[in-house]
Design a protein around this ligand. Sequence first.
Ligand code: SGN
Ligand code: CA
Length: 541
Amino acid sequence: MINNIIIIDILGKTKIYLKILTPLRCFVLSFGLISLFTFSSCQKKESIKQDDRPNILFIMSDDHSYQTLSAYENTYLQTPNLDRIAKEGVLFQNSFVSNSICGPSRAVLLTGKHSHINGQINNSVTFDSLQPTFPKLLQKAGYQTALIGKWHLRSEPTGFDYYDRLIGQGDYYNSPFILNGRKTESKGYVTDVITDKSIEWLNNRDTSKPFSLMVHHKAVHRVWMPKTTDFELFDTINFEVPETFFDDYTGRVAAHHQKMSIERDMDLVYDLKMLDQDGEIKTAYRKMFERMISRLTPEQRKEWDAYYDPIIAEFKKNGLEGKELALWKYKRYMQDYLRCIYSLDQNVGRILDYLDENNLTDNTIVVYTSDQGFYMGEHGWFDKRFMYEESLRTPLLMRVPKKYGGVRGEISKMVQNIDYAPTFLDYAGVDIPKEIQGKSLKPLLTGEKETDWRDAIYYHYYEYPNEHMVVRHYGIRTDRYKLIHFYDKIYDGWELYDLKNDPGEMLNVYNDLSYEMTVIELKDRLSELQTEYKDLDRSTY
Ligand code: SGN
Ligand code: CA
């Protein structure tokens, strides 16, 4: 059975995209139309001319919540440059990850397969770099491939003509990099440096080939160190905490167990920069922050201290406690986090301008996403990992040039990071290997009407025990419901959320008899998904 898209040129101008279901129908249609139209091919691979393939610019940040991207929500800050991608392209309203943590998310992106298949179930294992990835396939098909910025997969990158990666999490200031296997130093703020390096690579690339450039920012990962020029931003804003900030986790055992509470777990020195010169504020992570801040040059350190020292003095004077301290911590956290986003947005603007100035806008697909979502105080948290909305969702903006049929607007279908690899292969005219578990987003991006799309997504998180102590779990999310199974020696139990009636996921209705049938149906669908994605044997990890 063929399931291809054919492209027909009418008088060399208009393109019609048709989905052909059977070889017979394909033959009949082509036979009927061949005398009227120039018929390209029933094979997707041949339908894109070698020299007409789009460049791919894939920009990914780390831990950027959709709540702090103004194309999604206007509450906290404006991100005009990021928003531009959505305005000139599409915004995915329902974009999710399959395992809300860095290394796994990156492995899913590269392979188009869930964690249990690509092997990267958590941040501790080493990525099997011998397995097929989309950069390798693009490279084989004649693309020039590059990766600049965060990698975090332990094995060296493969499938790239050029890479310049951070070491582990990297540093916000003067971070070292590994350039094609060789350690180098850098000067300056990491978001600027990654952008400079990306622009430099674009300037020096082989222009005879299409490119696939992955720009992977460190921002806005913990510990949210802003650029010195951005210190005063958001200083005077009194951020209101989210409605669920003082959640008591009634009916949700795993939520009781976590260690990612702003009030309890956020470190005053490390996370909130209260590094007093007298050393009176003694915290568990103080030494780690001292190491981190020692990377600053004397000039940078001077600017740093000039901004934070008065805040530290004020903090020590006020001696806040309880709820007041929790609210102060929230505000401090938000200020630094948002400053990192501000710089990220500016730098995305620089790269978009570069495309404009170098006639690349019309033949480059631009993607912006994050490796997962993040908590901005919802449930009282920072970090990610849970299958709850704030960390399951991730921003996804894509601008596909009109020349490749790109539509404009919002897409509400549920998409997942397993879909990136097949999408890029599809646009490059490369056959999508059948082992890939995601689906090409091209039918959605070209506005195909009768697209047979998924009705549910599958999620599986494994990193326990770990510093934030989120119990292992898997689950299913449909348009309306989310069913989660936490499974671990420490706790084994189910949760069900009715997202229509309870978007904040405060009420676990798993044991509510009025949802009995829903639970049965969702469990059936969940086990179908586990069969489809071959995630049946959980005893092996
Ligand atoms: C580090 C952070 C954690 C974070 C993980 C994973 N601690 O370990 O807060 O959850 O990374 O983040 S830190 O003290 O090193 O900042 S991930 O995005 O890389 O997966
Ligand atoms: Ca991350």
